[in-house]
Design a protein around this ligand. Structure first.
Ligand code: HBI
Ligand code: FE
Length: 295
């Protein structure tokens, strides 16, 4: 396999992260080795098994509808016609993490940047940055869902705006992405399910987020999320639960400018705390719903 080209490292609110060239690159499909395809197959099969009954029905259905299979790394050019037809989104190849504004501009224009390289076999369980498996297996299936697809584009437009407002607004908005797109849970009729890409692409967290007694599972609340810190180097201490993808889209419709102004006067909430007013779910199994929950 070719080597990913790192440009520099940059300090962000998430720590020291590698920054790659911001260019869109052709997926070098012919240069994937047999071992790269085998790593994809291992990860794909392992996660598909774990995610039955854990990932949202919509995620599992759309992943299949896209035609992703374990037998080889999918070609972006094969997935793109399917995705374009469903929601107008397309995949573009990138070297890895992009500067925030570049990333937001892609999303606002319905382009999802997918890291072209895949992790090595000794990194099956954890990788500190996005790779092809996280981006393609984790993020792309829900882009087939029209409501979620609109939410992602709205998020991109919001990102461009927040970037112009300033760093504090950007921190608030980044938390929204983290606690929904990356680590979100959704309430299905038969219990809590996963839709966040950071979870569905991780074996350990797929089990932890639903079955462990330790993390908080709290009903979606836009401003609560924007105030909540997060950890990038451990399982999440708090997950936020949506009722539907429409709820995400609806929450993103208003102009966030007055919200950022209001939040600027408030303290951030530690990652693992429960606050007055939080709707707390006890378990991921449909038992212990918050008071008055209508399941
Ligand atoms: N770049 N390629 C890529 N993928 C991401 O998920 C990504 C990024 N750059 C910035 C970024 N995510 C975060 O800042 C999000 O919070 C927006
Ligand atoms: Fe991601």
């Amino acid at each position: 396999m070719n080597q990913p080209k790192r440009v520099e490292h940059q300090m962000t609110d998430k720590g020291y992260v590698p920054v790659y060239t911001t260019d869109v690159v052709e997926q070098p499909w012919a240069s994937y080795t047999d071992e790269d395809h085998a790593v994809w197959a291992t990860l794909f099969e392992r996660q598909r098994q774990i995610l039955v009954g854990r990932a949202s029905d919509e995620f599992l259905h759309q992943q299949q509808a896209m035609g992703m299979t374990p037998d080889r790394i999918p070609k972006f050019d094969d997935l793109n016609p399917v995705l374009r037809k469903a929601t107008g989104w397309e995949l573009v190849g990138v070297e890895g993490l992009l500067p925030e504004l570049t990333f937001f501009e892609h999303l606002a224009n319905r382009r999802f940047p997918v890291t072209w390289w895949i992790r090595k076999r000794d990194q099956l369980d954890y990788l500190a940055e996005p790779d092809l498996f996280h981006d393609l297996f984790g993020h792309v299936p829900l882009l087939m869902n029209p409501v979620f697809a609109d939410y992602m584009a709205a998020y991109g437009r919001g990102g461009v705006k927040a970037h112009a407002i300033g760093p504090e607004a950007l921190v608030n908005l980044t938390r929204l992405y983290w606690y929904t797109v990356e680590f979100g849970l959704i309430r299905q009729a038969d219990g809590l399910r996963i839709y966040g890409s950071g979870i569905v692409s991780s074996k350990g967290e797929s089990i932890h987020c639903l079955e462990s007694a330790s993390p908080n599972r709290i009903g979606f609340d836009l401003e609560r999320i924007m105030r909540t810190r997060y950890r990038i180097d451990s399982y999440q201490k708090t997950y936020f639960v949506i009722d539907s993808y429409e709820q995400l889209m609806d929450a993103t419709r208003p102009d966030f400018t007055p919200i950022y102004a209001r939040l600027a006067a408030q303290e951030s909430v530690p990652a693992g705390s429960v606050q007055p007013g939080d709707a707390v779910y006890q378990r991921g199994t449909g038992e212990g719903w918050p008071e008055g929950a209508d399941v």
